[in-house]
Structures are given as C-alpha cells and as structure tokens.
Design a protein around this ligand. Structure first.
Ligand SMILES: Cc1ncc(C[n+]2csc(CCOP(=O)(O)OP(=O)(O)O)c2C)c(N)n1
Ligand SMILES: [Mg+2]
Length: 956
C-alpha cells in the first residue's frame, strides 16, 4: 500500500514530508490533533493568518458547525497548513483521488488509534462537489437555452401578475420558479425523458409552487393555450383554466403527482423509486434506467416526512432516485436557517444516510478566483457565513460584496483586486449556472449504488430586483409596478417595448423561431413532453364471480373475524389467474395482528436482496420468508411509507400502465387519523385500490385503550370525495364490496378507491340472505326482519360492523321481553347513504319541475314502521347525518369519547352501544311516542342492569 514506513522510497512519488511527519508524531496525540483537524476539517477556523473578518470574529460557530472544530488549534502556523495542503495536492496530482482518499482514510484510522478524538462531521467544505476541472462539456446551446428560459420566466411572471390584476388576491407564486428556472430548464432540455411506447420514462415531482414556470414552458411547447394561462387559478372560467398547483384530479392529462402539501412528495418519490424496483424484481416491468426526480424546497425539508424515509432510499440502493433541493435559503416568512447553514445541515443528514450528495453552490465566475486561491482561504471564508448573511450578500452591490465578504482578509481582497465591483455583483450562484447544474445532473444520473441529492444554491425571486429578489417578502410577491416590470423585461431581454411591457402580455415566439424549434427538438430527442399523464393500462376482463363465491356462503358456524375473512379472500386473490400477480399486499409491521403471517411463506415478503440469512423460524410452516420476487410489501412501522407504496401501486395504471391492485391493511386508528394528507393526495392522484382499517371499532378492539380504539376513521373518511367507505359486518359483505370495487376501478376505470374496516372479533359468518348485493353496495339493506307481523310496537334497528350483532341481540330482547317487533338493518356505509341523500336533494332543487327523486334511505324505510334506532362503533354523527331522510326521528348510539383499556362487553356498556342500550333506546322512543308506559322503560333500565347515573363517555 501507499502508506509504508518508507514513503520516500516509493518510486515515482514525491516525498510526502507532512504525512511522514504526522505519522512520526503519532505518540504526541494532542499536538497532532491540532494538525489533523486543521488540515482536514473544512469548517475549522484558524486563529492565525487573520482569516476571520471583523464580523465573523465576533461570532461563535455557525449552526451545524462543531464547537470543537471552531476552537483554535495550537502550535500550528499557516506555513505548516500550506505544506500539508501541498502534500495532498501532490498526491492528488501524481496518484489521483483514489490514492488520496486511501491516505486520508488511513490517516483518520491512524489518528483514532493514536487516541485522537476526531470531531465528527459529515460535512464537506462549503464548495461545489464537482470541481471545475471535472466538469463535463455543456452539450446544449447555452445562449439559446438562456433565451428560452427568459421567455418562460416572463410568461410565468405574467400569468401571476395578470391573474392578480383581474382578480385581486387570487394568489400565485413568482419567486419560487424564479429561483428554480435553471434547475428545471437543464432538466427539460437534457434529462427528463418522456414516457413513450418503448420506454417508461422518467418520473418528475415538480415543486408545487413552481407550477407557473411549468405551465409557462408548456405554453411555449404549444401544449397550453394563452387562454388557459390567462385563466391561471381561475379554473372554472369558460375555456378552462389552470389549477394553482399540480393536481391530477383537476388536470388529469397533465399533472401526475400532487406535490404542494409539503413533505409528501419527497416521501412519495422515495417509495415510487422503490416501487419501480419492486415491479422489476417481480418481473412486472422491464428493468430500465428510468429515474425518479423530486424537486423540493429547502424550507420543505423541515417537514418530518421529507427526510423521514431517506435511509430507506439508501438501504435499498435506489440509484434511480434523484432529489434536487432548491436551496434559495428562504421559505415563506424568512430565511430557512438565518443563523445557520441549511445546505450544510442537509448535507450531513443525507451523507449520514449514505446518499450521494452533490453541492452546486457557486457559478463558473467563481472558478478563476478559486483557482487563484492556493491557500484554501476562499472556501474557508465561504463556509463561515450564516445563511442570513448570504441572503443579503447575494443581492448586494459589488462594493458591499468586496467589503463584507472578501474584506475579511487582505489576502482575499487581493484575490479579487483585478475585478471591478460590477463583476463581483455578477458572481452567480451554482443553481443559476446551467453548466454547473448540468454537471451535477449528469453525475447524478450516472451515479451507481445510492440515491443522489443535489443541493443547489439559488436566489429566491431571482431577477425580480427591487420587487423582491432575495427579500423576505418575496414568496408572496404577486404584483410588480411598471418600473419593476420594465427592469425584469430588460434583464431577461424580452422583446417588448416599454409600453407593451407594462401590460404584461404573454409572449411566444413564432413557431418557426429558433427558440421554439430548439425547444421542440430537445423534447423530441427526449421522447416527448413532460409532465404528461395518461392511462396506459388495459382494463381487466374477468368477472371474478368464482373467486368470491365461497365467501357468500357463510362460515357454517365457525367463528371467524372479518379480518380473517378478508385475509382468506386475499389469499385466494393472490392465486387468481388474472389478478393474482397484480395484487400488492402492503402492511406496516402488523401482519401478525391481522393473521396474515400465512402469506409470508406463500406470497413472500419483498426484499431487493432476497434473504441473506437463515430465518430463526425456518423450520416452521409460516417462516419469515423474504425474497427478491416476494409480493408482500412489509414496510415496517411507517404508515406514511406504506401509504406512499399504496399510492405508487394504486397509480401504476397510469405511471407504468400496470393495473397493480394495492391492499394496504393497517391499524385503523393510524390510518385516516395519522396520514390523512397522504390519503388526500392519493385521492387527488386518482389512486385505485383498497385501504383496510384493521382492528377497527372503538369497542371492538378490546384492551388497547384510548390511542388505539378507533371510532373516528369513518368520520375522517367522509371528506375524501372519491373514497368509498364501508363498515361491513360479515364476510359476504366484504366479498361483495371488493368484487364490485375491482370491477369499478379496474374494469370500468372509475377513479375511486376504497376504505373498508375489518375487525378482530370472531363470530359465525352468516350466508348472504338472498340477493342483497345492491343494498350492501348502496349502504344498507334489511338483514333480518321480525317474524312477528302482528305487534303494534315496532322498531327498526340499524347496526354496522360488529355492532350489528348487538342490534340482533337487541331484536331478540325487544321481542321476547317487551313484545316489540324489530327489524334489523345492516348499514354498510353511512357515507354512501349520505352522498346519495345529498345528491338526490341537489337534483331535486336544480330540477324542480321533474318528478322528485327519493333518497335511497327513504326508499328503504318506506315500509318500515316503528321507532328508529341506530348503533355504531363510530361517532353518532354518522347515523345522524342521514336522519333527515328518514321518515321519523332517529335515536343514535355511538362511541363518541376516549376509549378505555377494557374487554368488549365493558366497553360497549361504557359507550352505551350494546344490545341492552339499543333495546332501551327503542323502548324510550316508544315511550316518547306514547306507545308504552314510562314504567316499562323504568323496568327495562332495572332489568337490563343499566346504571342511569353512569358517567357520560364523551366527557369522562
Ligand atoms: C404542509 C404545508 N405547510 C405549509 C404550506 C404553505 N407554504 C407554501 S410555500 C411555503 C414556503 C416554501 O418554502 P421552500 O420549501 O423553501 O420553497 P421555496 O418557495 O423557497 O422554493 C409554505 C410554508 C404548504 N404548502 N404545505
Ligand atoms: Mg426555499
């Protein structure tokens, strides 16, 4: 190896005096520590040499810098540093970076052995990761690309300014795209490959607030009309408009991924990249080099979801994933880290997570200055400023830059002495330099073995000048005055005269202009336009009657839970010739809870590396089998990650042209309640598939208590318009719902998805009582009518999920003890009934002359006499919201309140939803109607063992 005791004797190598000296002083740990950290820690600030300016001197280390590294090392002078640096340069020159790396690693190891407590840092200096000398040639016509970009900048600004002139406060963002224009344009001109017949295409998550720029480009491409641009944020205007942000629901031929709720898209992108690998490993799509690009804001990285799954990406070696963080150092209110350095903070997080990190901080104008700086002072100075200082510096005049940045050290001043102030003002940041951005993107797409993050420094509101460039108010800037418009026009060379310019017209060069021709040619070379969403999967054809038939017959007395019944269906679906391969079971470390472990062995758990170990339970029937072609996505404890997988699987019909059918089963309390925003995004994305809320029902999940017992999720599912929510009680109901769901989504292509709650209470599953399929799907059907047709005392009992059985018991109590004849209804979906009722009302209101329609609930209850009682394991609001379409008053029982650690019987007593309370409610309603005496109710309270003074579950 290179580091021998006899360095001088190595052929062809220059004697490495510094390293030799270091090695020989290893016994003097303390003094060597100074040497080491001084040379190799880029964040170090030396006491000598006057490297710190007046401002920096007063301050402590910037945030993210280590106090220890800031401390002044002793016994070392600049000459010594210089010698070390020269030694390293010489090694680099003569032996290359690999040898230099080896030496540094050996040195670090040696220092550790020598007892030197090396300060940990995952950071590299505040410099470009790719040095100028390793930059590839820029393959495009830089001047032409700049002109195209300028036109896009103009149109993006124009659409926001015009929209706000027409309608004050309609909103929109100028400064996000202004900062990211180069990041996007280099991608559009050189990297983003479209989806074609032959190639699946790259997947791009656009930063939501940059949408004006993406629209403006599509306008130049001739894909979006001037009329649509004019109606930005006014989608309901005749001729159509453009949605504020990327929403596939609103623009299904254009946008693919909703990204504007911050933090969702980074996580979704990670799981998308992983899902692409899953499809490849399972042979469902060919192996390609398609990339997933995610453009995110630096402020956005504060959302826990943004960085929450980055270790998954590196663990899975997702080199098909590229994050581009637009580091304009600002968020909405002000700087992201005014007192620190967001870029360094992100670098250490990503490097710590083993990502390939590429920093693009400085533009080409800096290269000659850096080259002149043989002492490394400039890079050191670059690392000293906190972001708040940079925010000011990058939009300041050259004289200010000279004084406040270079002025910290006479040697730095000397470096820029030949440059006029104007040249200092024009020193660009890396994210605005296409050559630097191109180099980074090229390195990213060529990188193997880990995901890449590009940290690109930009200026928020770039080009807005006085109107907001780099200012704290820039995020909200929507209006420019005449001077500001003219200034912007001139800066970007938009061919509009002073007069026209203030009207802010959209500008598109003629079709045969070099700009349009170039732009089209570039996109053609990359396969077409991006973004573009299209449905590429063919509909399924089978009816799957055979598959689900067995579940319509009941369990013949055997006690099973609806979860077990569902797992039985899943097992069968996995074996189905048409859908078997397409089924994607997804579970966040809860498979055993749901009795799904039997699938481990048969379907296998997906692992990109197979199973590198012999599982501890290998000798058991249901061992933990991981396999490269495993079908189950066992995601570990991440409902958000699992949902992101579900989104990738449920949108694969569009993204990949593959009808994968996700079945994401989770602890129901940790679904809508915890990850509702992802579910909302899934709805926007037209995701198809099934969410299964396991262990559901506030009183059905025994023992687990307040944080687990779910009586909320069906209420939380209400706002999601295209989500079909069902609370079935029996196996046949689930079978009917799933079979119909597959038909609607994958045969008919409806853009809906399902939420089905399943429980863990075992009971005998009855056979389907006649043809009640329609009622199951519409939300309710009469499950068991009373056989007593003569009684004058009548009741209708509505039960759902496991509480349906309480209603059945109440039916018996009422008949046998009180002579009340009650019918029992299974309400499978209050949501479906609610939507139907509202739609009926609405149609009647809008068409007063036509024969009024009757809500389905009203139709059902037309021949259902007596008092009306509903009992649910969810909030009372569910039955209450449909009561207005019932022929009479409704008494609702539900589980409003905090859960308890208890058994089912005690819980149902506590929440007053058991058979006794249902019976009491019916008797009380009859009493209120004057049908029975008060004494009967009093007697029932006593007989049924109900404590009338018990605490209210809602407030206790
Ligand atoms: C979850 C969420 N919270 C808040 C917002 C509101 N919001 C929109 S833009 C923005 C600031 C964005 O800053 P950054 O991520 O740095 O993006 P930039 O515009 O600077 O590129 C905020 C807070 C949002 N869209 N999503
Ligand atoms: Mg920002």
């Amino acid at each position: 190896m290179f580091l021998t005791n006899d360095l001088d004797a190595m052929p062809g190598k220059r004697p490495n005096r510094r390293l030799t000296r270091y090695l020989s002083c290893s016994h003097r740990a303390e003094s060597c520590a100074g040497v080491y950290s001084k040379v190799f820690n880029p964040l170090n600030k030396g006491k000598r040499g006057g490297a710190l300016g007046a401002t920096a001197k007063k301050k402590g280390p910037a945030e993210g810098m280590n106090e220890e590294t800031y401390a002044q090392p002793h016994g070392i002078d600049d000459v010594e540093i210089q010698e070390w640096l020269e030694s390293l340069d010489s090694v680099l020159e003569s032996s290359g970076p690999e040898v230099a790396t080896e030496i540094l690693e050996r040195l670090r190891a040696h220092a550790t052995v020598a007892g030197i407590d090396l300060p940990f840092t995952a950071n590299t200096p505040y410099a470009n990761t790719i040095p100028a000398r390793l930059e590839p040639l820029f393959p495009g016509d830089q001047e032409l690309e700049r002109r195209i970009k300028s036109l896009i900048r103009w149109n993006a600004l124009a659409m926001v300014v015009r929209a706000n002139r027409v309608e004050h406060n309609i909103g929109g963002h100028i400064s996000t795209y202004a900062s990211a224009a180069t990041l996007y344009e280099v991608g559009f001109n050189h990297f983003f490959r479209a989806r074609t017949e032959e190639f699946e295409g790259d997947t791009v998550y656009f930063q939501g607030h940059a949408s004006p720029g993406i629209y403006a480009r599509a306008f130049l491409e001739g894909r979006i009309s001037a009329q649509q641009l004019e109606n930005f944020r006014r989608e309901l205007k005749p001729g159509g408009g453009l949605s504020s942000y990327p929403h596939p629901w609103l623009m299904p031929d254009f946008w693919e991924f909703p990204t504007v709720s911050m933090g969702l898209s980074p996580l979704m992108a990670i799981y998308q990249a992983r899902y692409n690998r899953y499809l490849e490993d399972r042979g469902l799509k060919p192996v390609t080099d398609a990339k997933v690009w995610a453009f995110i804001g630096d402020g956005e990285t504060d959302e826990p979801e943004s960085l929450g799954a980055i270790t998954l990406a590196s663990r899975e070696k997702l080199d098909n994933l590229i994050f581009v963080v637009n580091c304009n150092l600002q968020r909405l209110d002000g700087p992201v880290r005014g007192n620190g350095q967001i870029i360094q903070e992100l670098e250490s997080a990503f490097r710590g997570a083993k990502w390939n990190v590429i920093k693009v901080l400085w533009g080409s104008e800096w290269d000659p200055i850096l080259e002149r700086d043989t002492e490394g002072l400039l890079v050191k100075r670059m690392g000293e400023l906190v972001d708040g200082e940079y925010q000011k510096l990058v939009v300041s005049p050259g004289a200010y830059v000279r004084e406040h940045f270079f002025g910290s050290d006479p040697r730095l001043l000397q470096l820029v002495e030949p440059l006029p102030d104007e040249a200092l003002r024009r020193l660009r940041l890396g994210g605005h330099d296409p050559r630097k951005v191109y180099a980074a993107y090229k390195a990213a797409v060529e990188h193997k073995g880990s995901p890449t993050v590009i940290l690109a420094r930009t200026i928020k509101g770039y080009g807005l000048g006085e109107a907001g460039e780099g200012k704290n108010v820039t995020h909200q800037q929507k209006k420019l005055n005449e001077d500001e418009l003219r200034e912007f026009r001139s800066r970007f060379g938009i061919p509009l005269n002073d007069e026209d310019c203030i009207e802010v017209p959209f500008y598109r060069p003629l079709e045969d202009s070099v700009e349009i021709q170039y732009l089209r040619a570039r996109r053609e070379a990359l396969g077409g336009y991006v973004p573009k969403r299209s449905i590429r999967a063919n509909p399924l054809v089978a009816d799957h009657d055979e598959l689900f038939k067995e579940f319509l017959g009941g369990s013949e007395g055997r006690e099973v839970s609806t979860t077990m019944a569902f797992v039985g269906m899943l097992r069968k679906m996995l074996r189905d010739p048409e859908i078997g391969k397409l089924v994607v079971p997804i579970v966040p470390d809860e498979a055993r809870t749901f009795g799904m472990e039997s699938l481990f062995r048969t379907a296998g758990i997906y692992s990109s590396v197979g199973q590198r170990y012999e599982p501890v339970d290998v000798n058991t029937l249901l061992y933990y089998k991981e396999a490269k072609d495993g079908q189950i996505l066992e995601e570990g404890i991440t409902e958000a990650g699992s949902m992101a997988s579900c989104i990738a699987a449920g949108s694969a019909y569009a993204t990949h042209g593959i009808n994968t059918i996700p079945f994401f089963i989770f602890y129901s309390m940790f679904g809508f309640q915890r990850i509702a925003d992802f579910i909302w995004a899934a709805a926007d994305m037209r995701v198809r598939g099934f969410l299964l809320g396991g262990t559901s029902g506030r009183t059905t999940l025994a023992g687990e208590g307040l944080q687990h017992q779910d009586g909320n999720s069906h209420v939380l599912a209400l706002p999601v318009p295209n989500n079909m929510a069902y609370d079935p009680a029996f196996a046949y109901e689930i079978a009917v719902i799933i079979q119909d769901g597959i038909r609607r989504m994958y045969k008919e292509g409806e853009n809906i998805f399902y939420y089905i709650t399943v429980m863990n209470e075992p009971y005998a599953m009855p056979a389907m009582p006649g043809d009640v399929k329609e009622g199951i799907l519409k939300g309710m059907y009469r499950f068991r009518a009373s056989e007593n047709k003569k009684s004058k005392l009548r009741a209708q009992l509505f039960g759902s999920g496991a509480i349906l059985r309480e209603a059945l018991q109440a039916q018996e109590i009422l008949e046998t003890k009180y002579g009340v004849a009650a019918d029992v209804w299974s309400v499978t979906s209050y949501k479906a009934l609610y939507n139907d009722g509202n739609e009926t009302e609405r149609l009647n209101r809008l068409h007063p002359g036509t024969k009024p329609r009757v809500p389905y609930v009203t139709q059902c209850l037309a021949d259902a006499p007596g008092v009306l009682i509903a009992a649910t394991d969810y909030l009372k609001t569910l039955p209450n919201m449909i009561s207005k379409w019932m022929p009479r008053r409704l008494a609702s029982l539900g589980t409003d309140g905090f859960g308890r650690s208890e058994g089912r019987a005690a819980l149902r007593d506590f929440f007053e939803v058991d058979a006794r309370f249902i019976a009491l409610a019916a008797l009380h309603e009859l009493f209120v109607d004057g049908k029975i005496e008060k004494a009967v109710v009093d007697g029932a309270i006593k007989d049924l063992g109900i404590n009338p003074e018990k605490p209210n579950p809602v407030t206790s």
